[in-house]
Design a protein around this ligand. Structure first.
Ligand code: PEP
Ligand code: MN
Length: 338
């Protein structure tokens, strides 16, 4: 339930209502705005009827929450959440681009790829140390050594790093080295992992599952917020459809839809979304045009020699072109590059 208080309602009134909500076993939320105070009550809304809030002299209106997700809902939290990643803000007026190879391969290779993305204006570096591969015989990532390499390069270039965590057992190690933790598509509904990440004091980049509905993604994010972590970014990375021309189908409907339904930032990964290098720039521009808050893009110093996802990794010159081409598109929608 969303409870909008009258303009003249005092802090004491808000506190009194919040404590009555709590006594009924519901979770109270306090959301002060510039104009007026909004309160929330999470839980079984039928219990709230006993509080007779509709008759309270300082309550202006009551609105039930119909969506199954609450904390991530824009109804509850009308203003955009801004997630801090290094020195950059994700979710504000500026568009944030994070680039890097699919995986941490060698230190020298990561240095070259990351230097390219930094020089072209990316705000952060991506690279996986733990790789969720379809085949157990494919390169699985360097694990802890990969994390150390990633941290070294991030520090050397002065850029924050995001990397995937696949297992609850690795959360501590990844959180120690990374500035943001990525939950991959295959783990979007790993609820044990989400509950642990909800307790971590680092932002989480939550990717949409291959066969997950938008509502499933929002409910997965709800796990993180319910466990205490509000620094969450959603990432559309393509879903499986009947279409086989591309690796996945990048669902940009979902981006525009989620920007309306949630206050959390929404990023787009056009690399996994298409699986095809030459489709990455057009879909990046489309993502910028439809309201995404940024991109997660695979870039490799020499994609033909990449240990994973070479076919969808941009060449350095393509990443530079992408960054330049984004500028007029962003300007057209009233934004700029972070
Ligand atoms: C990745 O970002 O390298 C990755 C494995 O992504 P996804 O989980 O979206 O497949
Ligand atoms: Mn990849």
């Amino acid at each position: 339930m969303i409870i909008v208080l009258k303009r003249e309602a005092t802090q004491e009134i808000a506190d009194e209502i919040l404590s009555r909500i709590e006594q009924k076993g519901l979770k109270p939320l306090f959301m002060p705005g510039t104009e007026r105070v909004v309160l929330g009550a999470l839980g079984d809304e039928r219990v709230l009827a006993e509080l007779n809030l509709d008759g309270h002299p300082m309550v202006e209106s009551l609105k039930p929450i119909l969506s199954p997700y609450k904390l991530v809902s824009r109804e509850m939290h009308p203003h955009d959440t801004i997630v801090r990643f290094g020195k950059a803000n994700i979710g504000g007026p500026s568009f944030a681009v994070i680039g890097g190879p699919c995986a941490v391969e060698t230190e020298d290779r990561l240095r070259s790829s990351a230097s390219v993305v930094k020089a072209a204006g990316a705000i952060g570096i991506r690279a996986g140390a733990y790789k969720p591969r379809s085949s157990p015989y494919s390169f699985q990532g360097h694990g802890p050594e990969g994390l150390t390499t990633l941290r070294t390069i991030g520090d050397e270039l002065g850029l924050p790093v995001v990397t995937e965590v696949m297992d609850t057992a690795d959360v501590e190690a990844v959180a120690e080295k990374a500035d943001m933790l990525q939950v991959g598509a295959r783990n979007m509904q790993n609820f044990s992992l989400l509950k642990v990440l909800g307790k971590v004091d680092k932002p989480v980049l939550l990717k949409r599952g291959l066969a997950a509905k938008v509502e499933d993604l929002l409910l997965a994010a709800e796990y993180l917020l319910a466990a205490g972590n509000e620094q969450v970014i959603l990432c559309e990375r393509g879903i499986r459809t009947f279409e086989t021309a591309t690796r996945n189908t990048l669902d940009l409907n979902a981006v525009a839809y989620m920007k309306q339904k949630t206050h959390l930032p929404v990023m787009v990964d056009p690399s996994h979304g298409t699986g095809v290098r030459d489709l990455v720039i057009p879909m990046s521009l489309a993502a910028a045009a439809c309201g995404a808050d940024g991109l997660l893009v695979e870039v490799h110093e020499n994609p033909v020699d990449a240990w994973s996802d070479g076919a969808q990794s941009l060449y350095p010159h393509q990443f530079e072109t992408m960054m330049e081409t984004l500028k007029p598109v962003l300007a057209a929608v009233g934004r700029d590059l972070a």
